[in-house]
Design a protein around this ligand. Structure first.
Ligand code: NAI
Length: 309
């Protein structure tokens, strides 16, 4: 299998440095025409610098590829629309969207200013939603699209001092879960990566030997695959770091079913709590509907049998 992006148009947000830059270079090296988007602000999102996106676009062109720089902010609705417009005006399509732009404003929750909460949600979650909202109709019309969201261990599992970031990063997973259903019939596939990489934002807390191992190129291998025509998956979350790739999935345990005709008390929940939270028989669900079906099987098997018959 050789993965190529000839005649494909890709948008990579936050591509002026770090992981996004690596994705943009890799996609371009494999034939994609790339919108290199980056606002160029500080780690906390303050300010802007147009030279970052311009430099990466120039790097791609110097290597014989095709790229255009975009300095719009993903967290502005109009900016997000213009990022997609840039792709359409330049090349008339949008095949790939990598929602990667991000900022950090870490603080213990009780000391976290709500402006800092909103700013982080604004870039990671709303930014991803705004750019995707602008690109989705284009992909629907083309009956083709590949979207990659960027989540994080902080959102999937929790992290001290990152309430804003964690909420945003699990938010993009929810967005992915809904859009995988809306995109399915039009060949729009949407997945997420949870990376670790030695960038401005990442790997600060890790020892030096690990920092050397978590090179952005290793993450780019997963992102490039998910962005390609070869990928047929949708709704997957891939952990990717230091050459390791694995899947994270939300699953439901077998649980406990009380007779709903009888009174169910908090004491009964407490007494069976260990069984309720037991995850020895985990079950994934493809959608909310799928989860309801499995609930019906547990709480009303006889009625369900009647409906199915
Ligand atoms: P980075 O700080 O090197 O790059 C992020 C880029 O996004 C910057 O160039 C920044 O200017 C740009 N950006 C910020 N706000 C923007 C906006 N409103 N509009 C357009 N561009 C904007 O960080 P890194 O590490 O490359 O992060 C990339 C993504 O990976 C982020 O979503 C981050 O949350 C995620 N991530 C990174 C991890 C790591 O270990 N590096 C771990 C988990 C997730």
């Amino acid at each position: 299998m050789t993965i190529r992006f000839d005649d494909r148009v890709a948008i990579v947000t936050g591509a002026g440095q770090g992981l996004g830059r690596t994705y943009a270079l890799e996609l371009a090296a494999r034939g994609a025409r790339v919108v290199v988007n980056d606002l160029g602000g500080a780690l906390d999102g303050a300010g802007s610098d147009a030279s970052l996106a311009a430099a990466v676009a120039e790097e791609i062109r110097a290597a014989g590829g095709e790229a255009v720089a975009s300095t719009d902010s993903v967290s502005e609705r109009e900016g997000a629309r213009r990022i997609v417009e840039t792709a359409l005006e330049t090349w008339g399509r949008v095949d790939v969207l990598i929602n990667n732009a991000g900022i950090l404003r870490d603080k213990i929750f009780t000391r976290m200013d709500l402006d800092d909460f909103e700013a982080v949600i604004g870039v990671h979650l709303l930014g991803a939603a705004y750019v995707t909202r602008a690109a989705f109709p284009v992909m629907r019309k083309q009956s083709y699209g590949r979207i990659v969201m960027t989540t994080s261990a902080a959102g999937l599992f929790g992290n001290l001092g990152q309430a804003n970031y964690a909420a945003a990063k699990l938010g993009v997973v929810g967005l992915m879960n809904a859009l995988k259903i809306e995109g399915k019939k039009r060949n729009i596939l949407i997945n997420a990566v949870s990376p670790i990489a030695d960038t401005r934002m990442g790997a600060k807390v890790f020892p030096d030997f690990f920092k050397e191992m978590v090179q952005p190129e290793l993450v780019a291998a997963a992102v490039t695959y998910l962005a390609s025509e070869a990928c047929t998956a949708s709704g997957d979350i891939l952990v990717t770091a230091a050459g390791h790739f694995s899947r994270v999935q939300v699953m439901e345990g077998a649980g406990v079913t009380f007779d709903a005709d009888l009174e169910v008390t908090p004491e009964m929940v407490g007494e069976r709590y260990d069984d309720i939270v037991d995850m020895s028989e985990p079950q994934p669900h493809d959608s909310a509907l799928d989860s309801f079906k499995s609930l019906f099987v547990k709480v009303a098997p006889e009625e369900l049998a009647g409906v199915v018959r």
